[in-house]
Design a protein around this ligand. Structure first.
Ligand SMILES: O=C(O)CCC(=O)C(=O)O
Ligand SMILES: [Fe+2]
Length: 223
């Protein structure tokens, strides 16, 4: 295969994932957004909106409880409202999101100068009323030992047709960065006590996110 053909193939895969600016589409592409924190990173347009829409459809088809049946006091994973990447069937979407996980790992690597590997990935449906209290992601005493391999937490918003549902993340200045959901936006931050975070109540519609935890420990790499 000639280098030019290979490059075309790589770019075709990349443009399926990330909006590429063309005169016709007017898509903005990936855009780094200032968060006021050296630990909290946000990229708008990280994931193509068409793929976000497919993720929303997948989430809805895999979390079939009737509307109103979910308990707002429970977290989505306590209420069968998640679909772990490990269980997705082989196919185009699995391959694309497999590539996206690696791309996010590279953005983390560029941002924090540490090599990280994707660990657990989950597609999460947050129904109206759901929220999450401030917490860290690398576990508390008594939690599953595996949580301690989480070093960075990355959330991609798959839709934004609801209100609320902001991720609030404690920053190094004693305040919070409030991350407003926007379709295709990626936000990532350390999983430990430096960046405790939570989710404000979701109002008026379902919030769908793709969450991935990244680890520095290659033994916990989950392709
Ligand atoms: O969905 C978000 O914005 C963050 C979710 C979260 O903190 C978690 O799942 O641990
Ligand atoms: Fe979290």
């Amino acid at each position: 295969m000639s280098p030019a053909t290979l490059e075309r193939l790589v770019l075709a895969r990349a443009s399926a994932l990330i909006p590429v600016r063309t005169a016709a589409s007017g898509a903005a592409g990936v855009q780094k957004v200032e968060t006021g924190s050296a630990m909290i990173h946000r990229f708008d347009g990280a994931l193509n909106p068409a793929i976000c829409a497919r993720l929303c459809a997948l989430s809805h088809s895999r979390t079939e409880k009737p509307e109103g049946a979910a308990d707002p006091a429970k977290l989505p994973w306590q209420d069968s409202d998640t679909f772990a990447f490990d269980h997705w069937e082989e196919g185009e979407l699995r391959h694309l999101i497999g590539g996206y996980r690696l791309m996010v790992g590279q953005l983390i690597c560029l941002a924090v100068r540490e090599i990280v590997f994707p660990h657990f990935t989950d597609l999460v449906r947050w129904r109206p009323g759901k929220s999450m209290d401030e917490h860290k992601d690398d576990g508390y005493p008594g939690d599953d030992e595996l949580m301690s391999c989480r070093h960075y937490s990355a959330v991609t918003y798959c839709n934004d047709n609801y209100s609320g549902g902001e991720t609030f993340i404690r920053n190094e200045h004693g305040g919070y960065y409030v991350s407003a959901p926007r379709t295709g936006t990626l936000v990532f931050y350390p999983s430990d006590e430096r960046a405790t975070h939570g989710v404000k109540p979701v109002v008026g519609g379902d919030r769908v996110t793709l969450s991935t935890w990244f680890t520095r420990d290659v033994r916990h790499y989950r392709p």
